[in-house]
Design a protein around this ligand. Sequence first.
Ligand code: NAD
Length: 262
Amino acid sequence: MDLGLEGRVAFVAAASRGLGRAIVEELAAEGAQVACCARGDDIAAVAAMVAKATGADVLGIVADVSVPADVERAVRETIARFGRIDILVTNAGGPPPGPFESHSPDVWRRTVEVNLDSVVNLTRAALPGMKERRWGRILNVTSITVKQPVEGLILSNSIRAAVTGFARTIANEVAPFGITVNNMLPGYTRTERLEQLAESNAKAKGGTAAEALGVWEKQVPMGRVGAPREFAALAAFLASERASYITGQNIAVDGGWIRGLL
Ligand code: NAD
């Protein structure tokens, strides 16, 4: 299937490793020009590596998506280099685990900045150009927690619900401009984030990180955690020309973990 991504320009947030990086690799392999950001200057090396492996033009930008000025600058730098943004992938680091009373008001506010405000600010910055050209794709990385809350992840369970409401509403506002907005819901996927969650579960409940991982694997009908590339494949499809009539959706890549019907 030709995804029609050749020559498209993508911006992928929070991409020095894990799911964001896998999405950069996938879009670049499909022929897109890709700008990506992360807080550390290792993003430049990631961009260079992906460019070398795929032959695509890849730009790494040091930016913290929770800082509005960084978001504006990152979008400006992308447009200066590639002329536009056709595909926006919002993403950020995951919120800390722990029960309600373990999180200070500062941690709640910080999670709102990182996991909700970043989506709103990135969308605000990329949308005008998409509307002008009457074509766009906005993909938000959220979580399976929006369909089935995960015990011990109260911040993710709460704040990603707001992203889901935002995306479902704006999807209809921008649909007449040929712009689609969808949320991608990773299940348990082997990244540094998952390793950290396994460590923290082991600390809270006893046992080892490997045992914690084993418990999750048993919950997944496929009997294993996912690979970042399996998640990135969904991003490539939703970003494509072929996904032009899919909008306002929440699509999980979870090996069957969510037990609900919808
Ligand atoms: P990860 O920790 O492995 O990677 C996160 C990436 O985001 C890194 O490149 C980091 O540098 C970057 N980053 C973090 N905060 C940033 C910020 N403020 N500004 C710019 N860059 C920032 O995480 P991951 O597993 O790739 O997860 C990505 C998202 O998906 C997270 O929000 C996570 O909670 C969510 N998620 C992951 C899983 C999973 O199993 N991996 C499951 C459900 C949801």
